[in-house]
Structure formats: C-alpha cells, structure tokens
Design a protein around this ligand. Structure first.
Ligand SMILES: Cc1cc2nc3c(=O)[nH]c(=O)nc-3n(C[C@H](O)[C@H](O)[C@H](O)COP(=O)(O)OP(=O)(O)OC[C@H]3O[C@@H](n4cnc5c(N)ncnc54)[C@H](O)[C@@H]3O)c2cc1C
Length: 377
C-alpha cells in the first residue's frame, strides 16, 4: 500500500480545503444558529463538481475514486457537518439508485439536475419502529394497474423539507420483500411531516415523511424485480461507511485544531496551558487517534478502489473514526473548559455534530456485529 496521496488526490483535497477556509468556515456558525440550510454553499459545491464526483462523465460526473471523494468530504465536514451531510446525501444515497436503476427520463429529469444542484434527493429507509433492523419496515407497496400504491411512514429523513425526490424502501409482492421506489414530491398521497429537532447538524433539516395511498407509476419502481432492494442496498453500504468515517475525520481535525490553538493562547498560573503536561498529553492522544483513524479510512477507501474485499475494513474504518472523533471532540471541549461550553466557540458544535457520525451508516453496535461475523467466520 502506498501511504502517499497522489498529486491529483492532493490537488483535490487542497482545492476543497481552500473552498472550506474561504467560504464555509466563516458562515458555518451563523448557518447553524439560524437553522438555515446552506443553499448558496450547496450550489457552490455543485459548481465545484462535488455531487458528480462519484458518477461517470457520460452523466455529468467526473468518475473520481472513493479516496478522492473522501478527502474532499472530510474537508467539507471540517468546515460544517451540516453542509457535509447535505452534500453526502446528494452525491450518494439521495441519487445513487436513480443512476443505478432509473430509466432515461428519471436520469435526465431528476438525476442530472441533482448533480448540478438544481434538484435535491433524499433516501427513505428508517421508520419509527425500524432503524437498524431494516428488514422490519412496514411501509407497503401494493401492485395495482400501472403502478403501486404506497402506504406507510418514514422518519429521520435528511433534507426532506427541501427535497424534490425520494428513494423509498417498501415491502412489495406476495412475500413482502424490500423493493425500491422513486417518489416525487408532487405525487398525490405523499407528504412531508413534522421536522425533527435535533441535537446537532442544525443547518440540515430532518423530517418524517408519509405515504397515504400514494400512487407510484411502474416507471418509478427502481428495483428491477420486486424484492431486490436489499441486494442493491448492500452494494452501497461499504461506501456509506467509508464516507461517514471521512466526515468524522473532518470534524475531529477541526476540534483538534481548535484545541491546539486555544491551548497556545490561554494562560493560567502564569503560562500557556499547552506548557502543562496534562494538556500536552490530551493533545498528543487526540493527534494520535486522529492519525490512526485517518489511515484506516484511507486504507478502506484504497481497498474499495482496488476492488479487493473491503466490507470488514469499511465497517472498522467507520466504527473507529466515529468513536475516535467523538472522543477527540470531547477532549477538545475539556481543553477549552468553560469556552468549550460556550456557544460563541465552535467546539460545542463539533461535540454535537460528531454524534451524527456515530449513528449514520450503522451504529457502533451494528458495525461490531458485522466485524465480529467476519472475524469469527
Ligand atoms: C441526523 C440523522 C440523519 C438521518 N438521516 C436518515 C435518512 O436520510 N434516511 C434514513 O432512512 N434514515 C436516516 N437516519 C436514521 C438512521 O439511519 C437510524 O437512526 C439508524 O439506522 C439507527 O436506527 P435507530 O435510531 O432506530 O436505532 P435502533 O436500531 O433502535 O437502535 C437502538 C440501539 O440498539 C442497538 N441495537 C439495535 N439492534 C441491535 C443488535 N442486533 N445488537 C446490538 N445492538 C443493537 C443500536 O446500536 C442502538 O444502540 C438518520 C439518523 C440521524 C441521527
């Protein structure tokens, strides 16, 4: 394995780092406090080609690898986890199944405009009684003439209040197996429900959505066959985990940088607190955890790019990066003490936002089950 990034990878990372320093960092706190979706920045990310990075050139993408995408996404998360969450949704789960399974009309009318930031996509899997256990979803899709009728309720849907189209997992057929549908916001019987007030990622709205006798034409059954939803979902899981790990790295880097800067400036008992070994040890441990987590995320992304088996490593990378990032943000808040608790400093935001990475892409417990299954096989 080559530990050096290629020249192209460094160029991509540096371009997004500049964008984040110039455009995202100065606005992130205000957007968060106002609970305002970063529309302008979202459009600028589209302009930078971020949403199309993982898609081929013939549909308007640039065919970048997961490593390049992860490097860029980590930079965005360093500036704003809300923007990173919105961008990750738009470039992966919100659009992936349209590209993979959608017909020409869906690709032209919804997918391509989404890569340009003109339409917003969302994914609807989680339900009030089915989170980790997706097999337990109860949203149904009943076959009728010319299409399906969907009934059910989804929750925790990222970008739902703004989204134009929704990739929906529902049970269809005699055997009630997971099938993927595309629901457009304008469809009768579809409604965006109550917004969920969250602990973090305040600039990225999350809502319930409901389907009440919602007719979905056959053209919008994304699944090739009823019941193939789980198989298609499996193809994306490693990618989701690696990029969630990448977002955790970005927040952790911001938290470490804030702690290092504060420790150099803050004086107590006559000297800067970074002269105290207790603080130095915290910073040393945070930096070491971050480096180790970075290497594992990069390793998983590299494995993914080579086409070698990578499911275990993707789960390990996400588990390790999100848990390390949560510890790093916690330690950063301790270094800042009362200022780590103050809304005018960004560390409280990192501490709140990082918890998203502990849940999205599978909780730590679920990831441990996946890793254990491979380890004990
Ligand atoms: C900010 C945010 C945005 C989200 N966006 C979306 C979205 O856009 N679309 C979408 O569909 N979903 C979304 N989700 C939902 C997310 O995918 C689920 O929250 C996640 O799958 C976990 O489900 P749950 O919260 O219902 O927890 P549960 O599955 O109820 O888990 C509760 C606890 O039990 C543990 N547990 C569960 N099963 C087991 C087991 N077998 N063994 C051991 N422990 C277990 C879990 O690890 C956890 O600690 C979002 C969530 C958040 C927080």
């Amino acid at each position: 394995m080559n530990f050096d990034l290629t020249e192209d990878q460094r160029a991509i990372r540096d371009a997004f780092a500049r964008f984040v320093d110039e455009r995202v960092v100065p606005q992130a706190a205000a957007l968060d406090e106002k609970h305002a979706f970063p529309r302008e920045l979202f459009g600028e990310l589209a302009g930078l080609g971020f949403f199309g990075m993982r898609y081929p050139e013939d549909v308007g993408g640039s065919g970048a690898g997961l490593m390049e995408f992860s490097l860029a996404l980590a930079e965005i998360a360093r500036g704003s986890m809300s923007l990173a969450g919105a961008a990750a949704m738009q470039s992966l789960m919100g659009t992936k199944f349209l590209h993979m399974l959608g017909n020409a009309d869906i690709v032209e009318r919804l997918f391509k405009p989404a890569l340009r930031g003109e339409k917003i996509g969302a994914i609807c899997m989680t339900e009030p009684d089915a989170g980790s256990d997706l097999g337990g979803i109860t949203t149904t899709a009943k076959k009728v003439d010319g299409g399906y009728v969907l009934n059910g309720r989804k929750t925790w849907i990222t970008s739902a209040p703004l989204a134009d189209f929704f990739t929906v997992f529902a049970k269809a057929g005699e055997e009630k197996k997971m099938t993927i549908f595309l629901v457009e916001r304008r469809f009768e019987g579809f409604a965006v429900g109550r917004e969920i007030h969250k602990m973090g990622v305040w600039a990225l709205p999350t809502s319930e959505v409901g389907f009440s006798d919602c007719f979905v034409p056959d053209s919008h059954r994304l699944s090739r066959e009823e019941g193939d939803g789980e198989a298609h979902l499996r193809k994306t899981l490693a990618e989701i985990r690696i990029i969630t790990g990448a977002m955790a790295l970005g927040i952790a880097r911001a938290a470490l940088a804030a702690a290092v800067a504060y420790a150099a400036e803050r004086k107590q008992f006559g000297k800067a607190i970074n002269r105290y070994q207790a603080i130095q040890f915290k910073l040393a441990e945070m930096a070491t955890e971050l480096e180790a987590a970075t290497q594992l995320v990069h390793y998983a992304a590299w494995l993914h790019g080579t086409g070698r088996p990578h499911h275990k490593e993707a789960a390990m990378a996400k588990l390790n990066a999100s848990e390390a990032a949560a510890r790093i943000c916690d330690q950063a808040a301790r270094v800042l003490a009362s200022y780590g608790y103050a809304m005018e400093y960004p560390v409280q935001r990192y501490l709140r936002d990082v918890r998203f990475t502990l849940i999205g892409g599978g909780t730590s417990e679920i990831l441990k089950l996946i890793i254990a299954k491979e380890v004990t096989a």
